[in-house]
Design a protein around this ligand. Structure first.
Ligand SMILES: [Zn+2]
Ligand SMILES: [Zn+2]
Length: 308
């Protein structure tokens, strides 16, 4: 019969194999918040007098992120940024969960309604040649909109819910495919692309996916119960499965990958210089091309509309 490593209680709810540690509900929630706080401080992501925008989707990772940040840094000014993608049933469900969560935390919410603001929805990409790549399209569009929202909400820092499993699998993908320039994107602290844009931070980089879910369940956070209808088996999944297999042998494997890559990134950045950035001719955002990948995709969906 296991006992809680922190307080000795017999009602254990979580076992953390990489630390050989069993914890009760109260101690697990405290442990989780403390790790988020330590990660923010380790990478100097922000100070307690900052204004931090948090990208919230209604899912487990970003919900655990905004809740734990509010507990770890009670004086921090947090703003919740949510995108309603216009996916029938799913998007309104996600928004309703986000509304409940931020209300319980007394955090200001900004919602970007894609249909109202841009006149199309993610669904419209199903009519284009990007049909099979809808997850990657959606990622490109969300990244751009969050940058815009960070400007509108006037936050200095934008926090996202990328977890340990996400980051470690992108690291493996980068390694096996040699996409070294991608590595810079997964740094825990990313400087702004241009003046007055936001810093980007990943406070959950040391939090395993499973523990984000446990945090939401045991912290009784309102999270979405519907899955995205467009979710597909992306290339990254393969590396997640690989990570799981290695973790069976060595429960600390994901942390080993993360730590080795964090050491490597500065060296890789020295060898592969950053690409030159210009401004997108259409939206004026920093871009490597004359028209940025966001605007290219928007143009495509609008052309489909016009020809329909
Ligand atoms: Zn305990
Ligand atoms: Zn653009």
């Amino acid at each position: 019969m296991p006992y809680c490593r922190m307080c000795g209680s017999g009602t254990v709810i979580a076992y953390l194999p990489y630390a050989k540690m069993s914890l009760c509900q109260k101690c697990f929630l405290e442990f989780y918040v403390r790790r988020v706080k330590n990660t923010v401080e380790e990478f100097k992501m922000f100070r307690e007098d900052d204004v931090v925008g948090v990208a919230v989707s209604g899912g487990k990772d970003s919900s655990a992120l905004i809740h734990s940040l509010s507990k770890a840094f009670p004086k921090l000014e947090l703003k919740a940024l949510h995108i309603n993608l216009g996916i029938p049933e799913y998007s309104d469900h996600c928004e309703s969960r986000v509304r409940l969560l931020v209300k319980s935390l007394d955090i200001e919410l900004y919602v970007f309604d894609v249909k109202k603001r841009l006149g199309f929805t993610i669904e419209d990409f199903m009519k284009t040649r990007f049909k099979r790549k809808i997850c990657s399209i959606c990622g490109t569009i969300k990244r751009h909109i969050f940058e815009e929202m960070a400007l509108e909400a006037n936050v200095r820092v934008l926090a996202t819910g990328h977890n340990l499993d996400d980051i470690a699998s992108v690291m493996l993908n980068t390694f096996f495919n040699g996409n070294w320039s991608q590595l810079t994107r997964i740094k825990p602290l990313l400087p702004p692309l241009a003046e007055n844009m936001a810093y980007k931070v990943k406070p959950l980089i040391r939090s395993p996916e499973k523990e984000n879910l446990l945090y939401c369940l045991y912290g009784e956070l309102p999270i979405r119960s519907l899955g995205c209808p467009h979710a597909s088996q992306t290339g990254i999944r393969k590396y997640m499965q690989l990570l799981e297999r290695f973790s069976e042998e060595d429960p600390g494997f994901k942390y080993i990958i993360l730590n080795r890559f964090l050491e490597l990134i500065p060296m890789i950045e020295n060898v592969f210089p950053k690409p030159e950035l210009t401004r997108c001719r259409l939206c004026n955002f920093p871009s490597t091309n004359e028209i940025c990948s966001y605007c290219k995709r928007i143009l495509l969906v609008k052309q489909k509309d016009a020809s329909a």
